[in-house]
Ligand binder design. Structure first.
Ligand code: SF4
Ligand code: SF4
Length: 62
């Protein structure tokens, strides 16, 4: 259940990328601007979700 970005809510601020302790998140030129580039390395710490100003991060439950 890695962090995922809700496409239409991400404003591309980069806060989630900066705070991720595992460098799991990445900014891209696509839509959404921030993605979980290495989902298998996300350990659901919640940092990215807490700092996101637009509520654009949720968790994918599989
Ligand atoms: S939940 Fe934690 S490890 Fe996973 S992407 Fe967010 S900040 Fe990184
Ligand atoms: S913190 Fe939220 S709004 Fe900012 S880049 Fe990350 S997902 Fe997008």
């Amino acid at each position: 259940m890695p962090a995922i970005t809700i496409e239409d809510k991400c404003v591309g601020c980069g806060r989630c990328v900066a705070i991720c302790p595992g460098d799991v998140r990445s900014l891209s030129t696509g839509d959404p601007a921030a993605i979980t580039k290495y989902p298998n390395e996300c350990w659901y710490c919640g940092c990215c979700r807490r700092v996101c100003p637009s509520g654009a991060i949720t968790y994918l439950f599989t």
